[in-house]
Each structure stands twice: as structure tokens, then as C-alpha cells.
Ligand binder design. Structure first.
Ligand SMILES: Nc1ncnc2c1ncn2[C@@H]1O[C@H](COP(=O)(O)OP(=O)(O)OP(=O)(O)O)[C@@H](O)[C@H]1O
Length: 293
């Protein structure tokens, strides 16, 4: 068992923030936690890692209670950069973790090379940019090669190259057997990393596998849409029209069949675009439309 969160409840004074969260993970996965500001994502991660006490429920990570400090040999949590010490260098932070966790100091160079921060690891953190701090936080959270990695907004402040680098590192870790739970507001980046998404709203979780939503959607422009519409209706194809463009799912009719149908009535296709229903669309359906946001 990698994660077992059962009926986790947390409230601040009278405000309920987590309303009975259940999470079970048995095999390595990448899970994205998304939701509006204030939904409870950071609170959930803080409770899971025992940085915050909770009111009800239980949490086990890597087969142990989360109150057992030895979990941190196998669990890492990338928090925001307020945990860093401005007077210390990046190297100092990494050396401290190595000393506490009995990790060989030779791992420092390996991890800073991997993250791309070797050139400034001897600088004081107070002189780091936001992205440099994020690199250091990542290095600190992967130096112990964790079995479970929680990351709270890891892409915060990263330029596009660093974001791609971070994504590649996380995908490599996942392939090596690490389970990753990350919160992010960057839905495009999430789509590139995983299709297992936990949508969070008002302290409750809605678990979705976007595999069910991974069908291609075609947007086809034709020279005579009215004529095409008649033929598609006769053929019993489900479709919609958006600003003169015919939209249909590949599960409804495969593209070649559609092209054959159009060819038969001498319709010319002027453009074809393909889109997948990704995290952003699902986010809008679940968290915007339904709640009138
Ligand atoms: N120390 C605290 N005392 C009282 N209320 C708090 C405290 N920390 C968080 N909250 C409240 O708990 C709720 C959840 O906050 P949390 O930071 O977990 O949300 P989040 O989903 O991580 O938001 P964001 O996407 O903005 O980071 C919010 O309503 C917030 O105001």
C-alpha cells in the first residue's frame, strides 16, 4: 500500500476544509490534484504528511502511519519556498538532508546536475530567483529517491525550459517506480503528465480518469456545410455545428468514413483539426459550469 487515506476530515475553527477524503494507491501512479484557490489541496498534503493535525480519519503512507517520522526516508514533500533558509546555500540545504537521512554526499552533484542547478548551488538562497528556488526544492525532494513524492505547485515560477525539465524528471521518476501526487493550476502541463486527475472543490474529491475522455474530437470545415449536415443526419451520425464547423467524436464515426461520406456528395474539406478532451475541458465541466463559476 503506497497511500491509504481514509475519511480524512479537517476544519479550521468552524470552517470544514477537508470533508472526508479517501485515497487508496496500490501501484505507482501520477495523480494530479486540481481545484480552485482555497479548495483544500495544500491542507490535504499537509495533513497527509503530518505537518498539520487533522480532526478525523487516518493516513498511512508507504505502509506506515503518517505520524511515524521514518516515512520520510521514502516520502518527500515539495512545499513552497518559504521553507528555505536565505542565509544558507543550496548545497547546505542538500547536505543537511544527506546528513539526516544518511545519503552519500556524492548524490548532491548527481541531483543538482539532474535538476540543472549545479552552477549556483554554492550561492546563498536569498539571491536565488523564484525558479532557482523551485529547482532547489525539487533537488531536495528527489535526493532520497522517494517511493512517494508529493508536490505542491511545483511549476510555480518555472520558465518553459525548466517546466519541461521538471516534467521529464517526474516522468523518469514515475518510470523508476515513484508514485507522484502533484497539485497544479497548469492544466496543459497536467495533460502532458497524467490522465488521472483528482478534482477538488470545497474540501471534497472527485476522482476522474481522463482515459474515458481521451477520444479525438474532429473539427472539420467544408465548402457547403448545409449539404453536409443533411447527409450526416441521413447517415445517423451524431455531430454538432460550431460557427459552421462540423464537430464529431472519433467514437461516433471514424474519419475515413466521414471523408467517404463527404466525397460521395462532392463536398470539399477545407480544414481538419483534432483535439482531445483534456483536463481543462473537464475542469470547466466539473468545477465551472456545474457551480456557475
Ligand atoms: N491556517 C489557517 N487558518 C485558517 N484557515 C486556513 C488556514 N490555512 C488554510 N485555511 C483555509 O482553508 C481553505 C483551504 O486552503 P488551502 O490552502 O488548502 O487551499 P488550496 O486548494 O491549496 O488553495 P490554492 O490553490 O490557492 O493554493 C481555505 O479556505 C483557506 O482560507
Amino acid at each position: 500500500m503506497i497511500v491509504n487515506v481514509s475519511n480524512l476530515k479537517k476544519h479550521y475553527k468552524k470552517q470544514p476544509v477537508l470533508k472526508g477524503i479517501d485515497i487508496t494507491i496500490d501501484t505507482p501512479q501520477i495523480i494530479a490534484l486540481v481545484g480552485p484557490n482555497g479548495a483544500g489541496k495544500t491542507t490535504l498534503m499537509n495533513c497527509m504528511t503530518n505537518l498539520l493535525p487533522f480532526n478525523e480519519g487516518s493516513v498511512e503512507l508507504v505502509g506506515k502511519k503518517n505520524t511515524d517520522a521514518s516515512i520520510f526516508y521514502e516520502v518527500s514533500y515539495l512545499q513552497d519556498n518559504r521553507i528555505l533558509y536565505g542565509d544558507l546555500t543550496g548545497y547546505d540545504h542538500l547536505k543537511f538532508i544527506c546528513n539526516v537521512q544518511k545519503i552519500p554526499l556524492s548524490n548532491i552533484k548527481k541531483v543538482t546536475d539532474r535538476v540543472g542547478m549545479t552552477s549556483y548551488m554554492k550561492k546563498r538562497v536569498r539571491n536565488y530567483s523564484l525558479g532557482m528556488k523551485q529547482h532547489l526544492l525539487l533537488a531536495m525532494s528527489i535526493i532520497n529517491e522517494p517511493k512517494l513524492l508529493l508536490l505542491d505547485e511545483p511549476l510555480n515560477g518555472l520558465d518553459p525550459t525548466s517546466a519541461i525539465n521538471m516534467r521529464n524528471i517526474l516522468l523518469e521518476l514515475y518510470k523508476e517506480g515513484t508514485t507522484i501526487i502533484l497539485s497544479s493550476h497548469n492544466l496543459d502541463e497536467i495533460d502532458r503528465m497524467t490522465n488521472i486527475i483528482y478534482f477538488m472543490k470545497d474540501g471534497a474529491l472527485l476522482k476522474e480518469s481522463l482515459q474515458d475522455f481521451s477520444a479525438n474530437q474532429y473539427y472539420v470545415a467544408v465548402d457547403h456545410p448545409e449539404k453536409a449536415v443533411v447527409t450526416l443526419k441521413q447517415a445517423g451520425v451524431q455531430f454538432t455545428i460550431h460557427e459552421g464547423i462540423i464537430v464529431f467524436l472519433e467514437t461516433e464515426v471514424i474519419l475515413q468514413e466521414f471523408l467517404d461520406l463527404m466525397n460521395r456528395i462532392e463536398i470539399t474539406i477545407t480544414s481538419i483539426e483534432t483535439k482531445k478532451i483534456g483536463a481543462e475541458k473537464r475542469y470547466q465541466e466539473l468545477l465551472c459550469a456545474r457551480h456557475g463559476l
